[in-house]
Design a protein around this ligand. Sequence first.
Ligand code: PBG
Length: 332
Amino acid sequence: MKPTIAAFPATRLRRLRRTPAIRALVQETTLSPADFIWPVFVRDGEGVVEPIASMPGVNRLSIDNVVQAAIEAHALGIPAICLFPYTDPALKTEDCAEAWNPENLSNRATRAIKAAVPDMAVMTDVALDPYNINGHDGFVENGEVVNDRTVEALVKQALSQAQAGADIIGPSDMMDGRIGALRSALEGAGHQNVLLLSYAAKYASAFYGPFRDAVGASGALKGDKKTYQQDPGNSDEAMRLIHRDLSEGADMVMVKPGMPYLDICQRAKQMFGAPTFAYQVSGEYAMLAGAGQRGWVDGDKVMIESLMAFKRAGCDGVLTYFAPAAARILNG
Ligand code: PBG
């Protein structure tokens, strides 16, 4: 006897894709403006909107315009903004003292945003590279980026940011022991409620190129960052870093870059269940926005699809330069 072959497919999975209503009903992952942290570049002056050539659509803004941007982002439902200063080259020194100047660009911008939009969470960056004459995230002694002396400086930098009103402090430097040192210094100074979002799994990536242009660090950087940022081939090491930072007092962790490291995002979320963020970095932005501008891809669609992928991988949110543009689309 011949085996009977069913006259119809046993499972018609296409039934679940037939109409927009049914697709909406069974969609597993959702994306909303509340998932975004928006990184912005701040520079001195007034009324300044200065385009960044390698990041089409992204500008360096003076503080008055950053405040305006924060007001607009808040209206779009974006909960957090992350500040990166473009520091006047004359203020870059060997000792990086501008990093903890209460009146530096980042601290002035934080105070201005918190005064104008108190509900907007302000995240600040802890690392010495915007202030360092050699472009590194830490002090350089005899050609080596030194760890412990750098951590002492990072503590001063973070305390000045907390004092200015930062809600979330983002150490992006990759020094050992900085999360524990920052947490105990913040506790000691009465900043118990300041959150630490650790750049825990941060890779030595070529995708940061446009960012270094944006903050004016490209020319300054001597050598590479491979003695403190991770080797792109490593995944177990990322888990050890995340575990270490959570146990030292990080509230949230980040994987950076984003799209080339979705496996790390997924593994981190599954392993630790902590609030996990991806940074869709400047080079990822440049590729998507640049190809979109030329009409090689549908810019809006690849933007939303790329952001959805982070949520599907398990991230709770994404740092993305697309935040306002994506929020406008998501808000309809
Ligand atoms: C440096 C820092 C970098 C980024 C954020 N903080 C660059 C680097 O490590 O060289 C990159 C962000 C981006 O590319 O969008 N502390």
